[in-house]
Write a protein that binds this ligand. Structure first.
Ligand SMILES: NC(=O)C1=CN([C@@H]2O[C@H](COP(=O)(O)OP(=O)(O)OC[C@H]3O[C@@H](n4cnc5c(N)ncnc54)[C@H](O)[C@@H]3O)[C@@H](O)[C@H]2O)C=CC1
Length: 392
């Protein structure tokens, strides 16, 4: 939202007239995004109090999500393929909240109300018309994707906790049994809701590839002020029922190539990396997989035994623990993950998979791009989704 408001994008390509007007609005509201967001929700709930029940009681994290998603979509107006993919996922994902087609006009009305109030210097009839066209297109893609999804997938799944393994003071490995088949790919993640914090959905990656018994595993770290993560780590017990949204995310293995996998797992980010290793093993690929598993101390490497066991079984797998503070581990590396990876290169023959805290992902992308890895060979989940999976 911080590029200049011209008809030119940062890469020099021309913007369409609607995209130019929309980008101009976004640039103007960017410094007052917080106030615009509060006003958007105030308008929505005052005019449509029935919609309040679809949102959590405390709106701290949720507050940002809906408006941010719409604005992100509006800013991609000139990239129909990316827009369709993003909005399709968003539309399908909104089924779990109980969103109906009839809700979209109410959101559009609040959106225009908030934008016109905070983009005072650039808002005019032409801009409003561009936003109406954009929002109509955005909502239609979401509504269509949800309707299509309804044909074959439930809006949400119930899942019973079957085991809860507290690995450290604040990390638990949770295994759940969904109430019906849950098809997903290794490397994906899902939104999860607990009985203790209704309508607070947080994202967690699957920590195993799909299993014949249909069980799903998640590695959860209780983060400060994280209501959902704290409940899952300290309160959840076998027999509790959670709710899951559909699988999402594209950090999945491309089985059409034999390129090596360079995998960075920071903290509980090792969960989906383990799923990727299992996926490669199941496909019998035998392509090189290099895993760098980073944590603050040796004690925080809560799943190192599992990873080392996998290394013993699969000759194509190498696992390197990397400890950032405190004493290192035998044979392990010291420092931050991205630096350790840089030192162990070159990585010309590899695709990178990054999973961990947002700071680690950003830094790793910089380091890998810096050593010449093309952007399209670096996979990770959306950092903004991870940020909302952090302190909840
Ligand atoms: N799909 C994904 O990307 C997943 C992400 N996560 C996220 O992973 C995080 C795990 O948190 P913790 O266990 O507390 O991790 P942490 O904060 O202990 O970090 C783990 C390691 O990542 C590296 N790292 C962290 N911050 C860095 C920075 N700014 N620059 C460079 N390297 C950095 C360091 O090597 C550190 O030892 C959570 O935020 C969680 O949401 C968890 C599971 C899946």
């Amino acid at each position: 939202m911080d590029a200049p408001a011209t008809g030119w994008t940062e890469d020099g390509t021309d913007r369409s007239p609607d995209a130019t007007l929309i980008h101009r609005t976004l640039t103007e509201i960017s410094p007052v995004a917080d106030q615009a967001t509060s006003y958007f929700y105030a308008l929505l709930f005052i005019r449509h109090p029935d919609l309040r029940a679809l949102f959590p009681v405390a709106m701290d994290v949720q507050r940002d999500r809906l408006l941010r998603a719409i604005l992100t979509a509006a800013d991609r107006l000139d990239d129909p393929d990316a827009l369709a993919e993003y909005l399709g996922e968003l539309g399908r994902g909104h089924r779990k909240y109980g969103t109906l087609p009839a809700h979209y006009p109410a959101v559009g009305e609040a959106l225009l109300g908030a934008l016109s109030r905070y983009a005072t210097t650039t808002w005019d009839a032409e801009t409003e018309a561009a936003w109406v066209r954009a929002y109509t297109a955005i909502s239609q893609i979401m509504i269509d994707a949800a309707a299509e999804d309804e044909q074959w997938a439930p809006a949400r799944w119930h899942a019973e906790v079957v085991s809860h393994d507290l690995r450290t003071r604040d990390i638990a490995i949770l295994t759940v049994r969904p109430d019906q088949a849950y098809p997903f790919l290794a490397g994906q993640y899902a939104a999860m809701e607990t009985p203790w914090w209704p309508r607070n959905w947080r994202h967690y990656s699957f920590a195993s590839a799909p299993r014949p018994d249909g069980l799903l595993t998640f590695h959860i770290k209780a983060v400060p002020a994280g209501w959902v993560s704290n409940a899952l780590v300290h309160r959840a017990r076998p027999g509790d029922i959670l709710r899951l949204g559909p699988p999402t995310g594209s950090m999945t293995v491309d089985h059409s190539t034999h390129t090596g996998l360079l995998c960075l797992g920071g903290g509980t980010g090792i969960g989906p990396i383990k799923a990727l290793v299992e996926d490669v093993a199941e496909h019998g690929d035998r392509r090189p997989v290099e895993v760098f598993y980073g944590a603050r101390s040796g004690h925080d490497l809560y799943d190192i035994d599992t990873m080392m066991r996998l290394q013993k079984v699969y000759p194509w797998l190498e696992v390197r623990p990397v400890v950032s503070t405190g004493p290192g581990t035998e044979g392990g590396l010291k420092g931050l993950l991205p630096e350790a990876v840089r030192q162990c290169g070159p990585w010309h023959e590899y695709d990178a998979y990054l999973s961990g805290p947002p700071g680690m992902i950003r830094r790793s992308v910089d380091v890998l791009r810096g050593i010449g890895m093309p952007a399209e060979r670096i996979r990770h989940d959306r950092v903004e989704e991870l940020a909302t999976a952090g302190p909840d």
